[in-house]
Ligand binder design. Structure first.
Ligand SMILES: C[S@@+](CC[C@H](N)C(=O)[O-])C[C@H]1O[C@@H](n2cnc3c(N)ncnc32)[C@H](O)[C@@H]1O
Length: 314
């Protein structure tokens, strides 16, 4: 059973039939931890397409095993930032519900901008939730709770109902931990009532990125880290390696775009009719404008080393 969605398999916007095999309401849990609540949701709502998003690889692995063990077929897991999934993968007005349970509270004032539930995220969410769609939020952190109510309220896009958490909302590892310690738990539902101005998604580029140069790679003997800024982010060409066969260079590149960071490999290899530069499939990267910019950055660096650009991408 296909549970984990890899970045390179994502299509913008998400096609429920391709990803889940069925056209059912789309529901997200952002930061699912050990996946206990996600599994509970999946069993209580077999007609939901549930997408769990987590930044922690360990959590993905634990939840993956849980879904297999419990024979759950309506959950897909994605490792990455929930902001990226909501912005770039979820189509406008297509999300039924999103659950955010005990998100990292970032209690220090200087770290507050790292909180998931802030006004920009609420604005984004209002464009992706369907009319009447709901964010369900539960936390043990009183100050974050007030902060989220204020930030969500400031957008004017939500009807906010604070109240007792439903029993199901307590089916998370953190909820059980705080209950045992008799901590107070806070809960609110944010129902979407209007849309903020549109939030454009990243542009996905399906064509292959490549360049061809005249010259000889064997003449290149050194490399220094390269940083290149473009409209939506940064490209950092971190390192260059020579293949043992000696006729190819491999560049490790960090691509930073809004809410999405990828580390990719770009290869330049010597052929009889020139040096061919292209993205490697290693790690199954998501093909974006940033990835194209990365091929561009490597090509430009090779040009500074005496190679001559003959052809740049399609
Ligand atoms: C305090 S834990 C709560 C886990 C779970 N919801 C529970 O109640 O047991 C917060 C989780 O959110 C994840 N996380 C933090 N920021 C995230 C983001 N931007 N996108 C997705 N997951 C995130 C962390 O890796 C962590 O597992």
């Amino acid at each position: 059973m296909k549970v984990i969605i890899r970045p390179g398999e994502l299509r913008f916007p998400l096609d429920p039939v391709v990803s889940f095999g069925k056209q059912n309401p789309l529901v997200i849990e952002a930061g699912f931890g050990d996946g206990h609540f996600l599994a509970h949701l999946a069993k209580s709502h077999p007609k939901w397409n549930l997408l769990g998003v987590e930044v922690s690889l360990g959590s993905i692995w634990r939840a993956y095993r849980r879904m297999l063990r419990e024979e759950i077929s309506n959950v897909r897991l994605y490792r990455g930032d929930a902001r990226f999934i909501v912005r770039d993968v979820v189509a406008e007005n297509s999300l039924s519900r999103i659950y955010v349970k005990f998100p990292d509270p970032w209690p220090r004032k200087k770290h507050r901008s790292r909180r998931l539930l802030c006004a920009p995220f609420f604005n984004l969410l209002s464009t992706r939730l369907e009319d009447g769609g709901v964010l369900s939020f539960t936390t043990d952190h009183a100050e974050y709770f007030d902060f989220a109510l204020e930030e969500g309220g400031s957008t004017g896009c939500f009807e906010i109902t604070p109240g007792e958490p439903p029993a199901a909302a307590m089916e998370t590892k953190y909820a059980r931990k705080w209950l045992e310690m008799e901590k107070e738990i806070f809960h609110a539902e944010f129902k979407k009532i209007s849309n903020a101005p549109s939030y454009p998604a990243l542009i996905q580029i399906i064509d292959m990125h490549h360049a061809i140069l005249d010259g000889n790679l064997s003449s290149i003997g050194s490399f220094k880290k390269q940083i290149h800024a473009f409209k939506d982010g940064h490209i950092i060409v971190l390192e260059a390696f020579r293949e043992l066969s000696g006729d190819s260079l491999i560049f490790k590149v960090r691509v930073e775009e809004t809410d999405l960071v990828q580390e990719i490999l770009i290869q330049a290899w010597q052929k009889t009719d020139g040096v061919f530069v292209s993205l490697q499939p290693f790690g199954d990267p998501l093909s974006t404008r940033g990835v194209r910019e990365a091929v561009h950055a490597v090509t430009n660096w090779l040009a500074t080393q005496g190679l001559v650009v003959k052809e740049k991408w399609i």
